[in-house]
Design a protein around this ligand. Structure first.
Ligand code: NAG
Ligand code: NAG
Length: 338
């Protein structure tokens, strides 16, 4: 038999648990809404702002240059080749300026920054987008020599550092922003060569830069794209370079991998890149634009479903699990030595 006291206690408990649940849901909803409002808040005066972007010949750099040009920014687009610069100019408004820049050449950087300095004048530089990068040589570590590492590190890491250091005075003047293109390969070292190292380096450089420069009003954002169809993931270029590395290996080393290894490796890599690479580069340029136009830019942006749902979560899991997944993606050597 239920007494009146028991019933009251029971009802009280039901109401209380409902209240707790409702408040929790409300709290989560309110946090999400206020985060969304804060995240959507934009700065104004794009037509008074200059943005300097490296690596605009193709890919993310090329697209974001045109995108920001369309929004009214004064874009200074650095290209490696004359053709890249001419093709971009033809597609953009007369406001967009191009220049030639080789980020591994200090003299070329000095000239470019001088040009940027003249363009921005007393306003200073609102945005620097360090986008230029290369992927090859990329592949099994044992196939590389030290020059293969430096070739990539010079562009992807030292280039980012030197361009940033040279433009910091201009950024300080405008209390501007630095947007560095890292990668999910800056969180997971899925392959050998300089690429993953360089992107880990970009992550570390950006973290220290952000912590050091926050005192001067400079904000630093890191973009971590998953796999996208750009020159960096171009299958024929990567394959040709891998075959170059393989061809120069001593017979003894080739035998330790097995004579079919190179073909299996290329096939597996082609297959993964074919499945993974998204053609929608605007997912990445959306992040770049947000980092340059939001009042509260995010510290890290992941771009692409593979990054958000797979690579970034995987990067938080224990190493043994990461090793297991990584080894599923590429073939194992079959030693043919006697
Ligand atoms: C970039 O500069 C480096 C160092 O001066 C040079 O070795 C390299 O050939 C240059 N690359 C291009 C594409 O001009
Ligand atoms: C890999 O992909 C490239 C580009 O799509 C193609 O040219 C090449 O034949 C493929 N190689 C293999 C071994 O599947």
């Amino acid at each position: 038999m239920v007494s009146a006291v028991n019933l009251t206690t029971y009802l009280f408990e039901v109401i209380l648990s409902h209240l707790v649940l409702t408040s929790a849901v409300l709290l989560v909803a309110l946090t999400a809404i206020s985060w969304y409002i804060r995240d959507s808040h934009k700065v104004g005066g794009f037509s008074q702002k200059h943005v300097f972007i490296t690596g605009c010949d193709s890919g993310f750099g090329n697209l974001v240059a045109r995108q920001l040009d369309g929004k009214g920014f004064h874009v200074i687009a650095a290209c490696l080749t004359e053709k890249g610069a001419a093709d971009l100019s033809a597609l953009a408004s007369p406001r967009l300026k191009t220049l030639l820049l080789n980020v591994t050449d200090s003299e070329s950087i000095r000239r470019a920054v001088e040009f940027v300095s003249r363009e921005v004048g007393e306003r200073g530089l609102w945005g620097l987008v360090n986008n230029a990068g290369r992927s090859t040589p990329i592949g099994p570590t044992e196939w590389m020599d030290v020059n293969d590492f430096t070739k990539v590190l010079d562009v992807n890491l030292m280039g980012v550092i030197e361009v940033t250091l040279q433009t910091l005075p201009l950024l300080k003047k405008a209390q501007g922003r630095v947007v560095n293109v890292a990668s999910i390969l800056g969180r997971l070292s899925l392959t050998g060569g300089g690429y993953c190292l360089s992107k880990y380096g970009v992550e570390a450089f950006s973290d220290s830069l952000r912590r050091n420069m926050v005192h001067f009003g400079i904000k630093v954002s890191i973009i971590e794209p998953g796999f996208f169809k750009t020159a960096v993931t171009q299958r024929d270029l990567i394959e040709a370079d891998l075959r170059r590395l393989w061809a120069r290996l001593p017979q003894e080393v080739k035998a330790s991998y097995g004579h079919t290894y190179i073909d299996n490796y290329v096939k597996a890599q082609n297959f993964s890149l074919g499945i993974l690479c998204s053609p929608d580069l605007s997912k990445v340029t959306w992040c770049m634009e947000h980092a340059l136009t939001a009042c509260f830019p995010r510290t890290r942006y992941s771009a692409g479903w593979d990054a958000k749902l797979f690579w970034i979560p995987l990067s938080y899991l224990p190493s043994f699990f990461q090793d297991f997944v990584t080894n599923l993606l590429l073939p194992s050597p079959k030693d043919e030595r006697m």
